[in-house]
Design a binder for this molecule. Structure first.
Ligand code: FMN
Length: 420
């Protein structure tokens, strides 16, 4: 029986203890403020973006196993906090590829970005600049090199190179990016041909987008996207002419599958800044590239969009760090959905990380404000995780803070095998 003493309610006490929240009339602001995680932004993005565009972003190759495993690998860790350290101030800044970044992540290069939401790369570059982190523009971008520079005039811009069959087109882009003051070149090496993006095929998704009856029906509940699409400059590649077809078919037609280690010198000679190879997937190649003098590596399986069941970068990381040493600048991407994933990557020896979809979910959820929110969510998660681990700078993070757990696999008997 409760012994607490009851009293009549006093209206004055109610007002003292409960305050009314000011209503937020801007629906985008309201929506974004309610999103507490990148997954929340993803759900908003899905509601607001036509299916073909959302699936192009959200999807991966074949059975999407690489993407799922890469996300799972971040869930399958155990953090090991220290105690009784002063964490009243936490410094999330770092240096990477010869310059500063306020946070240990940057925006990954993504193709056809204005498809997701019309502000596209301008929103990404502007938000990155405001947050003090680098922005990467893809060869398959939908905003020109110079317009990205205008959107992020004082910040760091990086250019991603796909070497196309007509190499003069690719190399002219590299020279334009250098002239515009981009400081780092990502040479992507995991896409001699496109991965099998089955969602795009099933959705009949093509570039330029074509209207079919299902597309039109799917558009009806997503008017904002369509209004944006129809009332802003034409959606097209900023630096390539498109021949029609899926992004995969376009990649297959454009990319040079004969590119090899021998071409590194030629690219190096064109580029005055840092040269970083993106899409490294084994220790031998990592060692060879460092020996050849590249300035950095990105361990990546391209967000699971190329070879399905390719290695999970976060799992490959410790071995590469051990073999090439902590002096080489190694970044990783694929599967990052939480600032804690970024902290875990740094603890396991990555110098930096890149976010692809996490940024694009924000973009689809609310244009520039959505990208700002995605960066803010990740930044808050990074700071909170560092404080809870009781480290006050990224340098203090080490493998002692993280264990990569192995998933439980069914025992031989559960798989129906007879045990001798
Ligand atoms: C929609 C989309 C387009 C992409 N386009 C490119 C590209 O043009 N060039 C490139 O090097 N990587 C591209 N990527 C891969 C990203 O740079 C990055 O490696 C990947 O998104 C990281 O995985 P995450 O999405 O799980 O963060 C793309 C990724 C997505 C999701």
């Amino acid at each position: 029986m409760s012994t607490i003493k009851r009293q009549l309610p006093h209206p004055s006490e109610l007002f003292e203890q409960v305050s009314l929240k000011k209503p937020e009339f801007n629906p985008t602001t309201r929506r974004l403020a309610a999103a507490l995680t990148i997954e929340d932004l993803r759900k908003i993005a899905k509601r607001r973006t036509p299916r073909a565009a959302f699936d192009y972003t959200d999807g991966a190759a074949d059975d999407e196993i690489s993407m799922d495993r890469s996300r799972q690998a971040f869930s399958d860790i155990e953090f090991h906090p220290s105690i009784l350290r002063d964490v009243s101030h936490v410094d999330t800044s770092t240096t990477i590829f010869g310059g500063p970044s306020a946070l240990p992540f940057g925006i990954a290069p993504t193709g056809f970005t204005r498809l997701m939401q019309t502000e596209g790369e301008v929103a990404g570059a502007g938000a990155a600049g405001a947050a003090g982190i680098p922005f990467s523009l893809s060869t398959l971008g939908t905003t020109s090199i110079e317009a990205v520079k205008d959107a992020n005039p004082g910040g760091r811009n990086w250019f991603q190179l796909y070497v196309m069959k007509d190499r003069s087109i690719s190399y002219a882009l590299v020279q334009r990016a250098a002239a515009a003051g981009f400081d780092t070149l990502f040479f992507t090496v995991d896409a001699p041909v496109a991965g099998a993006r089955l969602r795009d095929k099933r959705n009949g998704f093509s570039i330029p987008p074509v209207l079919t009856l299902p597309t039109v029906l799917n558009a009806i509940p997503r008017p904002a996207w369509w209004i944006n699409f129809l009332t802003t400059p034409k959606l097209e590649f900023a630096s390539l002419s498109s021949t029609g077809g899926t992004v995969g078919e376009l990649l297959d037609n454009a990319m040079d599958p004969s590119i090899s280690f021998d071409d590194l010198d030629e690219i190096r000679a064109l580029w005055p800044g840092k040269l970083v190879v993106k899409g490294v997937q084994n220790v031998e190649d990592a060692k060879r590239l460092i020996d050849l003098g590249v300035d950095g590596l990105v361990l990546s399986n391209h967000g699971g969009r190329q070879l399905d069941r390719a290695p999970v970068p976060f799992r490959l990381l410790p071995e590469v760090v051990r073999e090439v040493g902590r002096d080489a600048e190694i970044a990783i991407d694929t599967g990052i959905m939480n600032g804690a994933d970024i902290v875990a990557s740094i603890a396991m020896g990555a110098k930096f990380t890149l976010i692809g979809r996490a940024y694009l979910y924000g973009l689809m959820a609310g244009g520039r404000a959505g990208v700002d929110r995605a960066i803010e969510i990740l930044a808050e998660q990074i700071v909170r995780t560092m404080k809870l681990l009781q480290v006050s700078s990224l340098d203090e993070l080490g493998p002692q803070h993280v264990t990569q757990l192995d998933r439980l696999v069914p025992s031989a008997s559960a798989r129906g095998l007879s045990i001798g």
